[in-house]
Design a protein around this ligand. Structure first.
Ligand SMILES: NC(=O)c1ccc[n+]([C@@H]2O[C@H](COP(=O)([O-])OP(=O)(O)OC[C@H]3O[C@@H](n4cnc5c(N)ncnc54)[C@H](O)[C@@H]3O)[C@@H](O)[C@H]2O)c1
Length: 392
């Protein structure tokens, strides 16, 4: 049985825990959080018996013989904690996104993990969401032809008490560029949207041009355009990644966002409705958007006809939490039987650069080529993300 330790028991720990709960190969044996009572309540809530509590993650790492550590803390702590765990030779590190707040830190994590034979997974659950994996399979089968563009539209709303009001307090680590490194929409949640664009297109991005309104109190509205690198024989491929924020809009989701994707191919168009707020989320009894025929999981226009897919999926499977369960099981599988984790450190660093490029582009009002964003250029202060477009 692999022994798992959790560092940080905040909001996302309630999703990262799910894939371990009924695992026959891994069990949570230790947790670390700054508030003992809250940690005990968390263990009770998830029915985890016999796990030990630690105040300091170093104590946990030094005292336990852990096989995997889940790092679920604010971004500015990721590098320090991942490096400590790697030097302690914990075999597997699952690190929540974004990997770190600078490219130098990303590189340090990758290097120290390699030196100590540690398997590093940078966590992105969205690429394990069953509707997205089905959509990707349909595309790979050639349904809509070679891809031309992808538009990912993320809409955020707060009405009816989404559980994330601290995001909007001026003292939140998420609003502070020194701790978050980025803003809550384009950089934090946006990591997943850049990841999805790259995953569907199976290409890295070459350049990014972004406009983020500096007059609003969050990093939205934001409109980000990207052009992908071309392989030999490729047609050009593009992405448009948008964020909006509607403070009076009720979404059936504690995390305040939902996602809508449109993918244009040479032969047809695919729409993918909802991810984060789909299925049986707890905020509303039932989820009328997911039940509406107007928002089928997948709709495809091809040759004059519209076909829908996955309408038979039940609310449980359509729930965003299934992506966390699948993401965690994937890592348990890699640790037990080998293979590359999704994502590797190198991929995690690549995607971390995309959000940096978007802020830099919006800040400087120009196209940013990803080749500009290197560790050396960062060290030489040739670029710096000074603005996360949060104005409280
Ligand atoms: N995959 C996703 O969809 C998703 C969604 C939300 C958050 N996240 C990521 O998860 C991570 C955590 O986000 P969150 O929303 O859970 O944040 P949070 O603020 O709710 O929780 C952070 C946790 O870290 C703990 N912590 C802070 N300093 C610590 C320290 N020095 N040692 C040990 N623990 C410490 C806090 O006590 C808290 O339990 C971030 O990297 C974030 O980007 C991912």
């Amino acid at each position: 049985m692999m022994k798992i330790g959790f560092i940080g028991l905040g909001e996302i720990s309630n999703e990262n825990v799910l894939g371990y709960l009924d695992s026959k190969e891994a069990e949570i044996v230790a947790v670390c959080r700054r508030n003992r009572q809250a940690a005990e309540m968390w263990l009770e809530k998830w029915g985890i018996k016999n796990a030990r509590y630690y105040y300091d993650y170093e104590d946990m790492v030094d005292s336990e013989k852990l096989d995997i550590v889940e790092i679920l803390t604010p971004h500015h702590l990721h590098c320090e904690q991942a490096v400590y765990c790697a030097k302690a030779k914990i075999k597997g590190i699952s690190l929540q996104k974004p990997m770190a707040n600078s490219l130098a830190e990303c590189k340090e994590i990758i290097d120290v993990c390699k030196e100590n034979n540690v398997i590093l997974k940078v966590y992105d659950n969205f690429i394990f969401y069953p509707v997205y994996t089905k959509a990707k399979q349909l595309i790979k089968d050639g349904l809509i032809g070679d891809l031309i563009s992808i538009r990912i539209n993320t809409m955020a709303g707060l009405k009816d008490g989404a559980d994330w009001p601290w995001c909007f307090k001026p003292d939140s680590w998420r609003a502070d560029i020194d701790t978050c490194g980025v803003g809550p929409l384009v950089g934090d949640d946006g990591y997943h949207k850049f990841s999805l664009a790259r995953w569907f297109m199976e290409r890295d991005i070459e350049k990014i041009s972004a406009w983020i309104d500096p007059e609003t109190y969050l990093d939205a509205p934001a409109f980000i355009r990207a052009k992908f690198r071309r392989n030999a024989g490729d047609i050009p491929k593009y992405a448009q990644i948008d964020f909006s924020f509607s403070p009076k809009m009720a979404l059936p989701f504690e995390f305040w966002l939902d996602d809508f994707i449109e993918i244009v191919g040479e032969k047809g168009i695919m729409w993918i409705n909802q991810c984060s707020a789909a299925g049986n989320r707890k905020m509303f009894a039932g989820n009328l958007m997911s039940k509406s025929p107007v928002f089928p999981p997948i709709a495809v226009y091809l040759d004059g006809k519209v076909t829908t897919y996955m309408e038979e999926i039940n609310d449980q499977e359509r729930n965003w939490s299934t992506s966390f369960i699948a993401g965690t099981r994937h890592f348990i599988d890699v640790m037990a039987r080998g293979g590359d984790p999704m994502y590797t450190g190198e991929e995690g660093m690549e995607i971390t650069r995309y959000a940096m490029a978007a802020y830099l582009s919006a800040q400087e009002g120009r196209d940013v080529f990803l080749d500009e964003l290197t560790v050396e250029a960062e060290k030489g202060k040739l670029f710096k993300i000074k603005d996360n477009f949060c104005r409280f």
